[in-house]
Structures are given as structure tokens and as C-alpha cells.
Design a protein around this ligand. Structure first.
Ligand code: NAD
Length: 485
């Protein structure tokens, strides 16, 4: 069984904490590692290492700070398959999904390699006689990165490459449920020549997050996880006067107009709803069938759910297990509540012959009352609820009435409807004939309402702004002070 180590000041550290948690292969329900929760002294040591490294790292020219990232890109490509396999092992998603995740991680490294350009800011010559004004972006300090379980390879990279390229140092806390991928990533960052103390890893759960948030040397918090935790982290970090960005949960509606292409739309929505076993923050969870879309799309989505090949992510399947026994039990409980409320499971994923592992097969819910809280509850499993609406207006009203605002998608051949939808949907990420509207690394990974607390998001220029302070300089050089040359 693999040991999970902390890493700070350039060295791997055997955990001293006494509380340990199991790490499972969710496809086999077998323990593959145990992770020890860092104690207060370990958290403090990691932050002190980051704080001390920051003083010298910020002085390194940006053109040199990006060199480890160029090397990191090369070693991530070299070990791409091993990384994907580790994600599948601890997270359960299919190998194809894990490869897709690592591709997204690498894209963020590539984008951050352009930091000399991204860090440029404005200069106005002659704002008054003999006076110029300009701004410079300076690194904030030690950044804490708190990660969820569902993308152990990609999500840390929404932040880490940008933070270190602008001159910050970081302490990463992976999810305690999937700490193994970060062990590999940290080894690769070490191999790439990231100096000691610039990137540090500390393992554990909520207690470790809270110790990092409270630590006086930690200047910013980047959090991704459920909305309840996101709100807590946001409130707590703000009370310490820290900069904070918190991506939260989701309940993503996808709207199907009757003119949408049946085959593509079905394939894309099924992949969005059931891919990664529905454990994506951009998973489609409510399909709104407008008018005549009801019959063809209802039928095709049900068929697609029934025929989805589910099993161990290392095999030739389209969907793996959910993350844990607790998660499967929670999903089953919500499905029972849905049935008790009078709705029906037209495809019931609780029934299957997959013996081992935390499997829930694709599930379709129909007839859920509009007033039911369950229609708005994040299930975070392979469950798609079908809802009927008479018009695009009614569909938009539904999209904008939920608490979450992570993503909404429209499927249509009408440019006019698409323009209206993208303008009026009150969400952070919009898809038009796209089921997982995941922004590329050079766009912010957006989010709105209960899906995002803060201002600047992860990825791209938002990340550059988040990890820097903008300082404005006004300079006067009067002619009469200068010698004549
Ligand atoms: P989670 O909230 O349980 O945990 C996320 C991280 O925070 C973990 O590292 C955990 O140890 C820590 N944590 C848990 N509770 C905490 C608290 N109260 N205070 C401080 N830290 C805490 O989330 P999860 O189950 O790991 O991930 C799934 C959730 O993340 C889903 O709700 C999903 O929608 C969301 N998610 C959102 C995005 C996005 O971009 N909006 C992306 C991925 C996942």
C-alpha cells in the first residue's frame, strides 16, 4: 500500500500526524493507500518554507521563473500515461477521461509559460507636463490551493503554474480522497527545477484547510469544492482580510429546442450527464425539453442511459464508479427521496450486476415537481432529470431561478435563439451545442451565484491578476533638474 508524504522546503516528509484516512480504488472498493492528516506543526512548516522561498523567488526575473514550467510541460508529456492511470486508479474515471484531464492540466502550464507577456501592464507617457504614470504587477506572497476530489490532476493547475510564474510560492492541499496524483505531480515539479519551498504539498481535510486559511503568512486562498464549503472558506478567509476565490457546486441545466440535431445532441448531453460518473462541476444534470423536443429527445436520452457501458475505468467502458461508498449511499438516498416525492426513475441506475466497486449506473428522473427542492439539489452522480417547458422563455426562467450558476447549455440550429440564450442565461459558463462548456486555459474558469464566491477566477489572465498586486507609479522628472547632455 502506497504511503502519502507531505513535501516542503524541497524534501519529502514522512507524516507525523496520528489521524489517517483510507484512499480507495473506487472500481474495486479496495484500499490502495492511507493519508495522514497534517498536524498544526506540519502545516506551519510548509507555510514557513513557502514564506521563506517567496523572498528570493520573487526577485528571480520572470523569464527565468518560467523555465521550470517549460521543463514541466516536457515531463508531463513524458509521464502522461502514468499520470492518467493514477487518476483512474484513485478517482475511478475512465482512462480516456483521465487523459483529457491531464491534457487540460498541461494546457495551463503552456499558458503560464507566456508569463513575461501576461505580466505586462500599462504605461501612459506624459499624463501632465514631465509626468508619466504606469502600473506594475507584483506577486502577492504565499498562496494556498485547496482542491476537490474530482479532478486531482487538472484543478491544482488552474492556479499553481500562474502563481509560481508571477513569483508567488504555494502550498497545495489535495483532496484527502485522491492524494496520489499530486504525489506524482510534485515529483515532476521537483524534477523540473522548481526551487525548494516554491511549491509545497500538505495533506489532510478540512482541519488543514482551516489552518492554512488562518496562517498569517498565507496571503491568498484558491478553493474548489462544494458550495457549502466554498461559502465557509470565503467567509473565513475574508474575516482574516485575505484575497479569496472559491469555486462551488453546480446543478447545470441544458435546454433542448425541437430543431436541435437528435444524434449529436443526445451523444453530447449523455456524455455531459454521465461522463466522469456525473462528478464534473460542468455535468448536465437537468435536461429541459422545449415543446416538441419532448418525445424524440426523451426517448433517445433514455436509450443512451440504458446502453452506456459502465465498469472499471481501466477497461473498455464509457463510465466508471462514483468516488466512494458514502457517495453511492448519498446518491441512492436522494433517488429514494425523489421516488417518495412522487417522481419516477424511468432509468434506474441502482439496479446492476457490477459486483465490486462503488457503481451507480446512468439514471433518468422524470415527473419531479417544479416546487421540489430535489430539482435544485446537486446530486453529483450519473443522474439526469428531464423537465418539460413550453418555450425558450420558460426554459430561461428555469435556468435563472436556481441557486447555482456554473453552466447552462442550449441545443438548437437557430442562431437567434443561441444569441438570446448566451446573453440572458445568468451563469458563468455557457455552451451552445456543447455539453461541457469547459473554458480553455487562456479563459477564466467562470461561475456565478452559489457556484462562485469572489471576483477573479482560476486560469488565464484572471489567475495572473489574482496572484498579484497592481501598484501604480506616478513619476515626475522636471526638465530643470537635469543636466544638459
Ligand atoms: P468538498 O467541498 O467536500 O472538498 C473540497 C476540498 O475542501 C477538499 O480538499 C476538502 O478537504 C476541503 N474541505 C471540505 N470541507 C471544507 C470546509 N468546510 N472548509 C475548508 N475546506 C474544506 O468537495 P469535493 O466533494 O471534494 O468536490 C466535489 C464538489 O466540488 C462538488 O460540489 C462540485 O460541484 C465542486 N466542484 C466545483 C468546481 C467548479 O469549478 N465550480 C470544480 C470541481 C468541483
Amino acid at each position: 500500500m502506497q504511503d502519502v508524504y507531505h513535501y516542503w522546503a524541497g524534501e519529502w516528509r514522512k507524516p507525523q500526524g496520528t489521524v489517517s484516512l483510507p484512499v480507495h480504488d473506487p472500481a474495486k472498493a479496495e484500499q490502495v493507500a492511507q493519508v495522514f492528516v497534517a498536524d498544526a506543526s506540519e502545516v506551519n512548516a510548509a507555510v514557513e518554507a513557502a514564506h521563506s522561498a517567496f523572498r528570493s523567488w520573487r526577485q528571480v526575473p520572470v523569464t527565468e521563473r518560467v523555465q521550470p514550467l517549460f521543463r514541466l510541460k516536457a515531463v508531463l508529456e513524458r509521464d502522461f500515461e502514468a499520470l492518467a492511470r493514477t487518476i483512474t486508479l484513485e478517482c475511478g474515471k475512465t482512462l480516456a477521461e483521465s487523459r483529457g484531464e491531464m491534457r487540460r492540466a498541461i494546457e495551463n502550464v503552456e499558458t503560464a509559460c507566456g508569463m513575461p507577456y501576461l505580466l505586462q501592464s500599462g504605461f501612459n507617457e506624459g499624463i501632465a507636463a514631465g509626468i508619466d504614470e504606469f502600473s506594475i504587477r507584483q506577486p502577492l506572497g504565499v498562496a494556498a490551493i485547496l482542491c476537490p476530489f474530482n479532478f486531482p490532476g487538472m484543478i491544482p493547475f488552474w492556479f499553481v503554474p500562474y502563481a509560481i510564474a508571477v513569483g508567488c510560492s504555494v502550498v497545495i492541499k489535495p483532496s484527502e480522497r485522491v492524494p496520489l496524483t499530486m504525489q506524482m505531480l510534485m515529483q515532476l515539479m521537483q524534477e523540473s527545477g522548481v526551487p525548494a519551498g516554491v511549491v509545497n504539498v500538505i495533506n489532510g481535510g478540512r482541519s488543514v484547510s482551516e489552518a492554512l486559511i488562518a496562517h498569517p503568512h498565507v496571503r491568498s486562498i484558491s478553493f474548489v469544492g462544494s458550495s457549502t464549503a466554498a461559502r465557509n472558506v470565503y467567509t473565513q478567509a475574508a474575516s482574516y482580510g485575505k484575497r479569496v476565490q472559491c469555486q462551488g457546486g453546480a446543478k447545470n441545466p441544458v435546454v433542448i429546442l425541437p430543431d436541435a440535431d437528435l444524434e449529436t445532441t443526445t451523444a453530447v448531453i449523455a456524455d455531459s450527464a454521465f461522463g466522469c460518473a456525473g462528478q464534473r462541476c460542468l455535468a448536465a444534470s437537468v435536461a429541459i425539453l422545449v415543446g416538441e423536443a419532448k418525445h424524440p429527445f426523451g426517448d433517445s436520452l433514455r436509450e443512451s442511459a440504458v446502453s452506456r457501458k459502465t465498469g472499471n475505468g481501466f477497461d473498455d467502458v464509457q463510465m466508471g464508479p462514483v468516488i466512494s461508498d458514502a457517495s453511492r449511499t448519498r446518491i441512492h438516498g436522494l433517488l429514494e427521496d425523489i421516488e417518495r416525492s412522487g417522481a419516477r426513475l424511468s432509468v434506474d441506475g441502482r439496479q446492476h450486476d457490477l459486483a465490486s466497486g462503488y457503481f451507480v449506473r446512468p439514471t433518468i428522473v422524470e415527473g419531479l415537481r417544479e416546487a421540489s427542492e430535489l430539482l435544485r439539489t446537486e446530486i453529483f452522480g450519473p443522474v439526469l432529470t428531464l423537465v418539460e417547458k413550453p418555450s425558450i422563455e420558460a426554459a430561461l426562467e428555469f435556468v435563472n431561478s436556481g441557486a447555482y450558476g456554473n453552466m447552462a447549455c442550449l441545443f438548437t440550429r437557430s442562431g437567434e435563439a443561441a444569441r438570446r440564450f448566451r446573453s440572458e442565461a445568468e451563469v458563468g459558463n455557457v455552451g451552445i451545442n456543447v455539453g461541457v462548456a469547459a473554458p480553455m486555459s487562456f479563459f477564466p474558469f467562470s461561475g456565478a451565484r452559489e457556484s462562485f464566491f469572489g471576483d477573479l477566477h482560476g486560469q488565464g489572465k484572471d489567475a495572473v491578476r489574482f496572484f498579484t498586486n497592481e501598484k501604480v507609479v506616478v513619476e515626475r522628472w522636471p526638465k530643470e533638474w537635469s543636466r544638459k547632455f
